[in-house]
Ligand binder design. Structure first.
Ligand code: CP3
Length: 352
């Protein structure tokens, strides 16, 4: 296949995103490149650190492709992180072993004013190089695999930027949103601008689909969800569509519950990714007719494997048969997952 470009209409993920009930459904897994794979741990050790790995295009492309080679996934998600946007705007970031991400928090007008969205895409140039390398490799060897670029949604990225680290409730960020909505709004607008450029640069480098991770959307009261999730996501989608009118966008408002309905109607995304807590049939009834869904296997059922995994996967397939659907997890894969359980899941989904 070298030198040929696949007809994009033949890619199962793009067909599902266009509203076709492709069956068996296409599949990929959130965090499919990661520490559960021995070949990932090997490259990660060579790179020295997580940010070093993300900003080394050859190595980042290699780990992006590992799950494609091993499992033949229909989607390849760029190996990067949602926190690379604040990093590219100059906010100091490190990933501490066993501790997760640590940022120097931005909590006042001076710190937020120093963030420059216009430098984000340029500072993220190595990530765009990864996109180009992965796209070329897929075109040559895996012409049915879709390259998925991504960013965090403004609200979820703001949570980490204000808090400075992971949290169960992100009280500092959500508190700022009530106490100083003008300042929090400025941070959100900065993120909409930076993320627009960053995602457009990924699309220009070869990403065929864009996904917005809003992992902490479900923490918000409905009024706040509308203001800080729906409105900024809609603005981001509009800005991307101005330059890339046809690129499909997947939104993942994790733990949104009943707010999913408004999210699906008002943000302009083509597809909603559904978290593990949500009943898929309910989700299908809440989103506009014909909208593709993605999800939502419990990552812990994939750790368990065997009959529990089979029952959960079959229940999802049964609920989604006849609909435009992309099989995935409801949250990222756990690092204790056996790679053999992933093989068993792929076999099961491939037989529909
Ligand atoms: O395979 C893929 O899905 C592609 C790459 C990807 C990573 N992070 C790599 C990563 C993607 C899409 C993300 C998204 C991400 N990052 C989210 C949204 C999805 C979610 O999980 O809710 C969030 C909230 C983050 C922020 C983040 N990055 C945290 C909280 C952590 C620490 C937790 C952990 O699993 O270690 C990270 C680190 C991270 N991002 C790793 C990977 C593979 C582990 C780093 C390592 O190898 O040491």
């Amino acid at each position: 296949m070298s030198g040929q470009t696949a007809n994009p209409t033949q890619k199962p993920i793009l067909r599902a995103l266009a509203g076709e009930a492709v069956w068996p459904p296409p599949m990929w897994l959130m965090r499919q490149a990661g520490r559960y794979l021995p070949e990932y741990r090997e490259v990660r050790a060579q790179a020295g650190g997580f940010i070093a790995l993300v900003t080394a295009p050859e190595m980042a492309a290699e780990v992006t492709l590992q799950p494609i080679r091993r499992y033949g996934m229909d989607g390849a998600i760029l190996f990067s992180d949602i926190l690379m946007v604040p990093w590219a705007m100059g906010q100091p970031l490190r990933f501490a072993e066993g501790e997760g991400p640590v940022l120097e928090p931005v909590r006042d007008a001076a710190a937020i004013g120093r963030l420059d969205p216009s430098v984000c895409a340029a500072n993220a140039a190595p990530i765009m190089e990864t996109v180009r390398l992965v796209r070329a490799a897929l075109d040559a060897d895996s012409p049915k695999t879709t390259l998925i670029g991504f960013a965090g949604s403004p609200f979820t990225v703001a949570c980490y930027m204000v808090e400075g680290h992971g949290s169960r409730d992100f009280a500092a960020a959500r508190g700022m949103a009530y106490e100083d909505p003008a300042l929090f709004g400025k941070l959100i607008r900065t993120l909409v601008e930076a993320s627009t450029d960053y995602l457009l640069a990924q699309a220009e480098a070869g990403a065929e689909v864009l996904m917005l991770f809003d992992s902490w959307a479900g923490l918000l009261a409905p009024s706040q969800f509308r203001r800080w999730v729906i409105e900024p996501t809609a603005a981001l989608v509009r800005a991307i569509r101005k330059r890339q009118p046809d690129i499909p966008i997947i939104g993942f408002p994790r733990l949104a519950g009943p707010m999913l309905a408004e999210y699906a109607q008002r943000t302009g995304v083509q597809c909603c990714a559904i978290d593990t807590s949500m009943d898929l049939r309910w989700a299908a009834s809440a989103v506009p007719e014909g909208m593709a869904l993605q999800g939502n296997l419990d990552p812990l059922s994939l750790v368990a494997g065997g009959a529990a995994l089979e029952a959960e996967a079959r229940s999802i397939l049964g609920a989604m048969r006849g609909r435009p659907f992309i099989f995935n997890l409801g949250h990222g894969i756990e690092k204790v997952t056996s790679p053999d359980n992933v093989s068993a899941l792929v076999r099961l989904v491939r037989t529909g």
